[in-house]
Design a protein around this ligand. Sequence first.
Ligand SMILES: *[C@@H]1O[C@H](CO)[C@@H](O)[C@H](O)[C@H]1NC(C)=O
Ligand SMILES: *[C@@H]1O[C@H](CO)[C@@H](O)[C@H](O)[C@H]1NC(C)=O
Ligand SMILES: *[C@@H]1O[C@H](CO)[C@@H](O)[C@H](O)[C@H]1NC(C)=O
Ligand SMILES: [Zn+2]
Length: 471
Amino acid sequence: MKVSALLIICLCLILGTLGKPQFPEQEKDPKFWNTFAQRTLKNALTLQNLNRNKAKNLILFLGDGMGVPTVTAARILKGQLNGEGGEETVLEMDKFPFVSLAKTYNTNAQVPDSAGTATAYLCGVKANEGTVGVSAAAVRSQCNTTKGNEVTSILRWAKDAGKSVGIVTTTRVNHATPSAAYAHSVDRDWYSDNEMPAEALQDGCRDIARQLFENIPNIDVIMGGGRKYMFPKNVSDVEYPNVAKHSGTRKDGRNLVQEWRDRMETQVQLFVFSYSLFSLFFLFYLINSRNTDTDPSLTEMVEVAIKILRKNPSGFYLLVEGGRIDHGHHEGKAKQALHEAVEMDRAIGRADLMTSTHDTMTVVTADHSHMFNFGGYTPRGNIIFGLAPMLSDVDQKPFTSILYGNGPGYKTINGVRENVSTIDYQDNNYQAQAAVPLNTETHGGEDVAVFAKGPLAHLLHGVHEQNYIPT
Ligand SMILES: *[C@@H]1O[C@H](CO)[C@@H](O)[C@H](O)[C@H]1NC(C)=O
Ligand SMILES: *[C@@H]1O[C@H](CO)[C@@H](O)[C@H](O)[C@H]1NC(C)=O
Ligand SMILES: *[C@@H]1O[C@H](CO)[C@@H](O)[C@H](O)[C@H]1NC(C)=O
Ligand SMILES: [Zn+2]
C-alpha cells in the first residue's frame, strides 16, 4: 500500500506538470488488442510451413554485451529517435520468427567474458574466460597449454566448404569476439608480440594479429579497428596520415598489412574490388577515432561486406560485431551503449534488404549481458534516459530509470547520493548511478536472447547452451 500511495502522490506531482502519459486512443478499445493479437496469430500459423531449405549463406550479428534489457531499451530509444513513444516500436531483430535463450557461462566462470563466449558461439565448444579458439583444457596465459587444444570456428568450416567469409566489427579485428573466428590464443590480450611475455614467444605462441593473416589466409572481408598491432614499432601508418601519431606496436618489425597486400595481389578477380575498397577506406580504422565524415558506420560496412561476399556462388559466412555496446556499458554510459545497439539494428535491417530468407540464415545474439537495467514505474513514452516519476521514499531525491548494478556511476556527495536533478542526466557521457562503485562496470550473468530467421531457424528454440549456436 505504501508504494502505491507514494506512486499516486508522485504521479500527481510530476504528471501534474507534464500532463498525462500519452498513448493512442485506439488502445482503449479491446478490439484493437484483439485484432492485433489475431494478426500476430495468423502470422505465427504460417510458421507451420517450416523453412527446411539448406542455408547457403549465414550471417551472425553479435551485439557484444547486448542483454535483453539492452534490447528493450534500444527498442524504446529507436522509437523515440523516430518521434514515437518507443514501447510499441518494432526492432529489426524483433521481426525474426524464432527466439531462444542461450546460457552464457564459461567453463570456469558463472559470469562470462567475451573470449570464452566467442569460443562457444563460433567454435561450438565452451571454454575458459580470457581464451579464444582453444578448449577448456587450455589455461589462460599459459602458452604451453595451447598445443593440441585448438578448436576451429564456423568461419573456418565455411571457408573449407568453399564459401567466402568475412568479419566486420566496430572494435579491433584482433579483439576477443572476432579473434575466436581465426585465432587460437590462451590469452585474449596477446594482440601483438608487444603484449606477450617473452616466455610465451619462446614457447612458440603467436600473437593474435599475426594469426589473423596466417591461420586462415584469404579471409575475404576484414573490417574493423586494431591496425596498430599490424605495424612495427616506430613505423607510422602512412595510409592514415591524420592518425600517424599512432605508430605500430610490433617488436618483430613485420608490417602485416603490407605482407597481406603483397599476397592478395596475386589473388583472383573476386578480391580486386574488395582489395581496393577496404585497404583504402575501411580496413582497421582505429578504435575511438571514428570520424562520421570519413569513417564508415556499421551499416555501411555490412552493406559493403555483403556485396563482396555474395559474389561467391557457393555462399558466404559473415560475422558482424556491434562491439561498442559493451564498451558503453563498461563505462556506465548507457546512452552510448544504446545508440550502438540501435545502429546494429539498422545494420540488421540493411542485411535483410540484401538477402533472402530462402537461402540465408541470420542469427542475432549477444555474448553476455551487463549489470544494466531500467525501471521505476515510468509512464508510457517516458524518455528512456529520463527520470522515474517519483522521488525515492528513502532519500527524497529523484532517480533515473536507467541504473547499473555496479560501475563508475556510483556517486556520493558528502556521503549522500547525488541529486540527479542538479545535473544533465541526458548528456551523451552521463554515467548512470550504480549501486556499487567500480571503475569498470561488469558483465551480467543472465541468459541472452538468440533471434533467428531463414532456413532451419526453428532449430534455435528453447533454452540452450551457447555452444549449440554454430552446431
Ligand atoms: C607451462 O608454463 C608454466 C608457466 O606459464 C609453467 O609454470 C609450467 O611448469 C609449464 N608446464 C610445462 C609442462 O612445461
Ligand atoms: C623506437 O624509437 C625509440 C626512440 O627513438 C628507440 O629507443 C627504440 O629502440 C625504437 N624501437 C624500434 C623497435 O625500432
Ligand atoms: C534536488 O534538486 C532539485 C533541483 O535543484 C531541487 O529542487 C530539489 O529540492 C533537490 N532535492 C533534494 C532532496 O535535495
Ligand atoms: Zn565486456
